[in-house]
Design a protein. Structure first.
Length: 529
């Protein structure tokens, strides 16, 4: 079978999959409905300050698995819903930033610099349209790069890297994530070390479970949903609640002028914005392809580059970046939106999650089974159909469908979600906590897992208090088993050579890169400390 055959099978897997209902006699595939539902949910979540796409994905994943089960037919509907949330939350985040000067996520802060001044001048509608167009354009560009690059990179890795090199590549990726996330490389390494420690409890190939303290409860290890949701989501809820404790609950928001004048986005406006969108889309895609860097850096770089261009060329209305120019909104939204697709390049080609949203896509694949993100996915077998490759092209199809929804109904639904910004955090956060604990119990059906989740939540809360990012913990927890298995296989394949990471040139180069990244980042940040 050729490439085109697999692409066609992936498209058919979405459009001819299990039907949910019939409409005018035509079957409606469940995957299409799930993509639409996830997309609309994502916009609403993104438009709600205090929430984010990963929180909705974390709550939805266990519930979706309990509904669809663990059959191969569940992969595309579940992952389609998660992809829809990821896409929708990307454009929904601009709503509170523009209307109420309230960035729901760190990367949305740059949108407030020009988006909210436009809203105060009575151009909120136009600012939202600029944000939607820029976000959709950047996201589409990033997805195209993903579809072209992920198979190519996976084929290169599978063809030229052996077991020692793959082990060293995992260590390099973890080192890079530890170095670039958080206040310092030291805190990143501690977070990553805690994740590896947690994942190795009760695991291993020995007859007696490791680190179980002789208890039957710990001998089974910590379920991945319990630890990841605890540190990432429950810890964030605890931290947000602690921030609300000293102050009286109130509705957030800032004054916004009534819309006046032309709020539409004309062809002349688009031509003026395209240079900013294109530059930011490239920046966001490059940044997103690096595991763990995230959209905040992309938004900052995109805004900075756009500001420099705007300063050189000037403006017909005499306004500068930061005073309410559409170019500032476009530069920021194109940059942070183009990260989402590129973040899946290391996921699908290497099996390495680059951000929190990618974490839950990997969790879905691991929980359901039948799809193991990594280089082995893109094996174009001629005689026997590779089902993982069909799923991969089905995911690409789902992303293109979500992009089509973004271009058509995304802007309208996004502008209608301004009401979500009125929900006060002191009412929202307990609901999120209850839903998260419910989702964990639905999947595990054991009260001990609830206590574990709360314990990991306290760990995540403590990490945030000391300025330590929980993302290296989560990624290390996910990759820990893969790293150990790869190291064991490499050790056996090299005849028990304990120095296999340094006797193979490419593996040694990766290890040197891991050490160099940590040293360079530590030295660079030392003066700022």
């Amino acid at each position: 079978m050729g490439t085109l055959d697999y692409i066609w099978l992936g498209i058919l897997a979405v459009f001819q999959g299990p039907e949910l209902f019939t409409l005018f006699g035509l079957p409606v595939p469940v995957t299409l409905v799930m993509i639409l539902g996830g997309f609309l949910t994502g916009i609403a979540v993104g438009a709600t300050p205090g929430l984010a796409g990963p929180i909705a994905m974390a709550i939805a994943l266990p519930i979706l698995i309990s509904v669809f089960g663990y059959t191969p037919d569940a992969l595309l509907p579940v992952m389609g819903f998660l992809i829809g949330i990821m896409k929708g939350a990307t454009i929904g985040g601009a709503v509170p930033a523009i209307l109420f000067n309230t960035p729901g996520t760190p990367d949305a802060f740059m949108t407030t610099l020009d988006g909210h001044p436009m809203a105060r001048r009575g151009q909120a509608g136009k600012a939202l349209r600029v944000a939607h167009f820029s976000s959709a354009a950047g996201d589409t560009f990033s997805d195209i790069v993903l579809i072209l690059c992920a198979p190519f990179l996976a084929i290169l890795v599978e063809r030229y890297l052996d077991l020692p090199e793959k082990t060293a590549l995992l260590i390099l990726s973890l080192s890079f994530i530890a170095a670039v996330i958080g206040a310092s490389p030291g805190k990143g390494l501690i977070s990553m070390g805690l994740g590896l420690l947690a994942v190795y409890v009760g695991s291993g190939e020995d007859f007696y479970p490791r680190l179980s303290l002789g208890t039957s409860t710990l001998s089974q290890g910590f379920p991945i949903a319990t630890s990841v949701l605890g540190v990432l989501i429950i810890g964030a809820v605890f931290h947000e609640l602690a921030g609300l404790w000293p102050v009286a609950p109130h509705r957030s928001g800032a004054e916004t002028g009534r819309d006046s004048g032309d709020q539409r986005l004309h062809a002349a406006d688009i031509r003026r914005l395209l240079p900013y969108i294109s530059r930011s889309a490239v920046i966001g895609t490059v940044v997103g392809a690096l595991p763990g860097v995230g959209s905040t850096l992309a938004a900052t770089l995109g805004y900075t580059v756009g500001k420099a261009r705007h300063a050189r060329r000037g403006s017909s209305d005499g306004l500068k970046f930061g005073e309410g120019v559409p170019e500032g909104v476009a530069a920021t939204e194109a940059a942070n939106s183009s990260v989402s697709g590129a973040n899946l390049i290391p996921v699908l080609s290497l099996g390495i999650p680059g951000n929190a949203a990618a974490v839950f896509l990997i969790l879905a694949a691991d929980s359901i089974g039948g799809f193991n993100p990594g280089p082995s996915v893109f094996r174009f077998t001629a005689d026997v159909v590779n089902p993982e490759l069909v799923v991969a092209f089905g995911l690409f199809t789902a992303m293109m469908i979500a992009n089509a929804l973004n271009w058509t109904i995304g802007g309208l639904f996004m502008r209608a979600m301004g009401i979500m910004t009125r929900i006060p955090k002191h009412m929202l956060l307990p609901i999120v906590l209850l839903l998260t604990l419910t989702a964990i119990y639905v999947q595990e059906a054991d009260m001990a897992m609830i206590w574990f989740a709360l314990g990991f939540g306290m760990l995540g809360f403590g990490m945030r208090l000391v300025g330590m990012s929980p993302l290296p913990f989560v990624i290390a927890f996910i990759l820990g088993d893969k790293l150990e298995n790869s190291a064991r296989q490499a050790f056996a394949a090299t005849g028990g050579d304990p120095w296999f990471l340094f006797t193979h040139p490419v593996a040694a180069l990766f290890m040197a890169g891991a050490a160099g990244i940590l040293i360079f980042t530590a030295v660079r940040r030392k003066p700022a400390a």
